[in-house]
Every structure is written in C-alpha cells, then in structure tokens.
Ligand binder design. Structure first.
Ligand SMILES: Cc1cc2nc3c(=O)[nH]c(=O)nc-3n(C[C@H](O)[C@H](O)[C@H](O)COP(=O)(O)O)c2cc1C
Length: 368
C-alpha cells in the first residue's frame, strides 16, 4: 500500500519539481520530524524494520542493518538523528570539506527518468567540517546508529593543487578526530565534480595523501571511496596503496562519468555536467566488487554502492562480495520503503545460510 502510494501518488508530483528543491525540502522536513517523538514513531511504524535481528559487525562496529545512506544525500548531517527510523543502519554524512562550499552553479542535479539515474554536479556543496561537527554535537545520536563521515577536499582553487588538497583532507580528518566525531571515516578520492578533478584517484598522489593522513592518530576504521569507471589495473594500483597504509576498506563506488553507460544516453546533458548515479553504476560496481574480492580475499571491507533499486539488487551486491551496502538513487526512484525491503530479504538470506550453510549464495529467485 505504502509502495503504491509513493510510486503512483507522490512520485509523479515530486518528479515534476526541481530535484534539488525536493531534496532540500525532504531534508528540512526529515530534520524537523526527527526532533519529535511522535514524528519518529510515525516514520518507524511505516518504514522501520521489525523482523529478526540482522545486526552485523564490521571492523569492530555493529550495524543494526547492513544498509547505509551513501554520502551526498545528508551532506550537512541534518538527518543523522532520524535515519534509523527508515531501516538504515548508518549514515555516511558529507562529503564534508575543510571550508564551506557553495557548490557548482545551478542547475546541478538532473533526473534521467528512463535511465533510472541522476546527473550529479553538486560540486561538494556543504557547510564545512566545523559547522557540521557543531550540528552533530547538538543532536542526540540514536542508539546503535552509526555515523560515518565522508571527507573530500574543498572545491576551490586553494585545494586544487596536490599540496593544497592534502592539507585540506588532513585538516578535516584532524578536526573530526580531535572532536571524537564519527564512527568511521571515508576518504572520498573520486569526486568527479570538483575543482582539479579526481586528483587523488591516482596511485602516486594517493600515497602522498595517505602518508599525511597516517599522521593523524585514531582507532576508527578508514575507508576510501573509489572511482567506478577506472580500469582494473589502475583500480588495483589504488588498492595496493590503500593496503600499504592499512586502510580498512573501500566503498565501490562513486558516480559514473561515462554517459554512454546510461540505458537512454539521450537523456544526459550534451556536454559533461556531472557524474551519473543509479543504474549506470550497478554493473560497474558489481564487477569491481567481484574483482576486488577475487584478488584481495577478505583484506578489504567492501561497501557495495551503486544502482541498488530492489532487495534483489542488494543481494546481488552481497553475492558479489560486499559486506555492507549504501544507496541513494534507488530510495528516490522506488521510495523510502526500499531499505526495509532489503532488511527483510537480508533476514531471509541469514536464515537460509543458517539452514544450509553450503548454499551461501541466495539467488534472485529467493528474494522475489
Ligand atoms: C545528489 C548526490 C550527491 C552526491 N554527493 C556525493 C558526495 O558528496 N560524496 C560522495 O562520496 N559521493 C557522492 N555521491 C555519490 C553517491 O554516494 C553514490 O556513490 C552514487 O550515487 C551511487 O549510488 P546510488 O546509485 O545508490 O545513488 C552523490 C550522489 C548523489 C545522487
């Protein structure tokens, strides 16, 4: 019923309105509702998972659900106190940067409806690490809910050199650690929309970055947000550097820069204006997850991200080798019940594994 209401009632109206306006309106509404007990109870009653325990411990952190909100939706941490009501196990807040960022000029978000994708050219709009830390300090953290913080470099000329970029990432990480804010950190090395491009998604520069980040002492898991359209050799070189620095895992991965990967490329802007989310990321992400698992076994925690639109898609990512999941676009296209659906399928998968541990893999048929 709730699903039909969203898809047939609300979505057609929402999809006629400017996507950035809708995004901001939902964040403001969610933030306000989350401050009230009845508001939280109402959201939980509709979208909260209430089945058997599906908690999972990864790198010493216990998540109540394996589904996290990917970086870019809650970029100022305004929903960090309410997302647990939507069956999320955690929120990857950000990407945050050392200085506030206004983002790229509008329009910077476009729907590609037939291709099930968004063209994202936000340019790391956020209020800056200092302000976001203050906000997170001011709200009550839901019990057992995990806050990851994604760190990128400020989208300005000062941070566009290698030296400036390293300084920028280092400043944000240091501030977060000083304030003991966040349960894990993800270093976003692959934003396709910032000043100076993806300058740290290249092995030698990545090494320079992590040499500096390694000087900040802390005991929280560190992940790297990986590019999704890199060739395997290039991708594997990045993994080799991350291995050298003891980085715990990788989020695979970021937006897809290649418009021809969309099912209906004619929906894309004529000239490059940001990376694609959603379906054009799905296969690339799965392929890189599989290869990472094949090559590196359990060395890296893998957070599978890109194009999850159903419980079946989520199970495909887990089958490929993901330990945890992240999403944004599927929630926008399918509705806020998606995370609960995934939790239900995940519980069934766990049950099946217990009954027949030999047949660990769940086929898509079982999920339907
Ligand atoms: C509106 C929007 C903003 C995003 N901003 C960020 C960001 O700031 N940092 C980041 O690491 N990824 C960002 N991403 C990429 C997502 O985290 C994710 O990698 C990508 O959208 C693929 O997942 P999806 O298909 O479930 O949306 C953004 C995505 C969207 C849709």
């Amino acid at each position: 019923m709730i699903k039909v209401l969203y898809k047939k009632g609300l979505k057609p109206i929402l999809f006629k309105t400017d996507p950035e306006f809708i995004h901001d309106a939902f964040v403001t509404m969610g933030q306000k509702i989350g401050y009230t007990k009845p508001g939280r109870a109402l959201i939980s009653s509709m979208y909260g998972y209430k089945g058997p325990d599906i908690s999972i411990t990864v790198d010493g952190i216990t998540y109540k659900s394996p589904v996290l909100l990917a970086a870019g939706f809650d970029y100022n941490g305004k929903l960090a106190h309410v997302l647990d009501c939507l069956s999320f196990g955690g929120d990857e807040i950000g990407s945050v940067t050392a200085r506030p960022c206004e983002g790229n000029p509008r329009p910077r978000l476009k729907r590609m409806v037939k291709s099930k994708s968004l063209v994202v050219w936000k340019g790391l709009k956020n209020q800056g690490v200092g302000r976001i830390i203050e906000r997170l300090k001011s709200v009550e953290k839901p019990e057992g809910f995990i806050w990851g913080i994604s760190i990128a470099k400020t989208n300005d000329a000062e941070a566009s050199t290698v030296e400036g970029g390293v300084k920028d990432y280092h400043y944000s990480l240091k501030r977060l650690v000083e304030e003991n804010m966040g349960d894990f950190y993800t270093i976003n090395i692959s934003c396709p929309n910032a000043h100076g491009g993806e300058s740290f998604a290249e092995a030698s520069r990545l090494r320079v970055l992590f040499e500096k980040l390694a000087t900040v002492e802390h005991n929280k898991p560190m992940y790297a947000k990986m590019p999704i359209d890199a060739e395997w050799d290039e991708f594997n070189d990045l993994l080799t550097v991350l291995d050298e620095f003891g980085v715990h895992g990788v989020v695979i991965g970021n937006l897809n820069k290649n418009y021809s990967d969309a099912d209906f490329p004619e929906e894309a802007p004529e000239e490059y204006r940001g990376g694609l989310s959603g379906k054009p990321c799905f296969e690339h992400s799965n392929e890189l997850i599989r290869k990472t698992k094949q090559q590196w076994g359990n060395r890296f925690t893998i957070i599978g991200c890109g194009g999850i639109f159903s419980a079946e898609d989520a199970m495909t990512k887990l089958d490929a080798g993901a330990d945890l999941l992240q999403l944004i676009t599927g929630m926008i296209f399918e509705g806020p019940h998606l995370m609960k659906d995934i939790c239900v399928a995940y519980a069934r998968r766990n049950e099946q594994e217990k009954q027949s541990p030999e047949e660990v893999k769940m086929t898509s048929e079982t999920v339907k």
